[in-house]
Design a protein around this ligand. Structure first.
Ligand code: TRP
Length: 339
């Protein structure tokens, strides 16, 4: 009998899904905490990255600005190293399955569950004049994003963990009723750099909505601006570069420096032993400026080539639709929608 030779099957890579809102330029915190890791994950996973403009309209947006911010966010994502040849990079509203699946999942999500979401509570306090149903439903659309791609892992910051937990609950509930339709996603928490703090109030998260522009670095700040902001960073009245409780400012700078250079806190402490905070701040500023330079340059090049960008997001949307439509078809069949 002839033996059938089959090539060894490469192990299927796990799928990653993550999304980012198009709300203006990213901060150093968004970059080090999220998008830079996304780029690194491309080698080992099948990655799917999405600009979530449909989530963005849960708070009032100016249409022209949203359009521009969406394209900029897409270009920034590529500038940060997301390679559209390696990953699927697309814009949420280009792929109809997200809204369609979200509708179905709405009917598998309880009012009470959504009422308990802390982000909904925070945002409805902040936008008391516009507590729309979309804001309430935000986590279900996020669940649809993730479940449509059968994502195994979802890189998220701590502020999105509750939403991811809900996505898991929805998936499990649906699977219990209809068979194994959805992969139940796990959070992927990056090792380091998860939380970059304000340079002016280092107990607060770095945010671009801070009134004090010295509190945050955007990934498009030029070298002089970056160095100036680090020079003005709030530290403490000691003079020792060491990671220790109570030294929030220095801890934050050490974290930033460590994430970019890969050096440990001990190595950093040794490197700056006997030197003042001035030297340390300058070194951190220069390191950050160097790290962001290629991002800035690639962003400028991409912005000058709108047709390339368009070809990328169109291609990304086609790939995304192909995968997510398979899931949606299965869901429609399972729940009894006439084929
Ligand atoms: N809600 C996320 C945030 O604000 C963005 C997001 C939307 C997302 N859909 C997602 C993140 C799916 C991970 C997976 O950060």
């Amino acid at each position: 009998m002839e033996q059938q030779l089959t090539a060894p099957q490469p192990e299927r890579k796990k799928r990653i899904f993550s999304g980012i809102q198009p709300t203006g330029v990213m901060t150093l915190g968004n970059y080090l905490g999220a998008v830079r890791n996304w780029a690194q994950l491309q080698e080992d996973y099948d990655c799917t990255y999405c600009i979530v403009n449909m989530h963005a309209i849960t708070v009032r947006q100016e249409p022209a600005k949203l359009r521009k911010n969406t394209l900029d966010a897409y270009a920034l994502m590529l500038a940060c190293g997301i390679d559209p040849e390696k990953s699927i990079a697309f814009i949420q509203s280009h792929v109809r399955t997200h809204a369609e699946l979200a509708w179905v999942l709405n009917c598998y999500t309880q009012f009470g569950e959504l009422s308990r979401m802390t982000q909904f509570k925070d945002k409805s306090a902040k936008h008391a004049d516009n507590i729309n149903a979309g804001l309430f439903d935000y986590p279900v659309l996020m669940a649809a994003d993730i479940l449509a791609y059968q994502a195994d892992l979802v890189p998220v910051g701590i502020d999105q963990k509750q939403h991811l937990e809900l996505a898991r609950d929805i998936a499990i509930r649906f699977n219990n009723l209809h068979g194994n339709v959805f992969t139940v996603p796990e959070p992927y928490i990056p090792k380091a750099g998860a939380k970059i703090m304000s340079l002016q109030e280092p107990t607060k998260k770095m945010s671009k909505s801070d009134e004090n522009v010295n509190a945050f670095i955007t990934i498009l700040d030029d070298e002089d601006t970056i160095i100036r902001k680090f020079k003005r960073a709030i530290t403490d009245s000691e003079a020792e570069v060491v990671y220790r409780e109570g030294k929030d400012g220095i801890n934050n700078l050490m974290n930033i420096y460590s994430v970019i250079t890969g050096k440990s806190y001990d190595d950093i402490a040794k490197e700056f032993e006997g030197k003042g905070y001035g030297d340390f701040k300058l070194a951190v500023g220069e390191t950050v400026a160097d790290a962001l330079k290629p991002v800035r340059e690639r962003f400028a090049a991409l912005q000058a080539d709108k047709s390339y960008l368009e070809s990328c997001y169109r291609h990304g949307a086609e790939q995304a639709l192909a995968i997510s439509a398979r899931t949606l078809d299965k869901v429609y069949k399972k729940i009894g929608f006439l084929q």
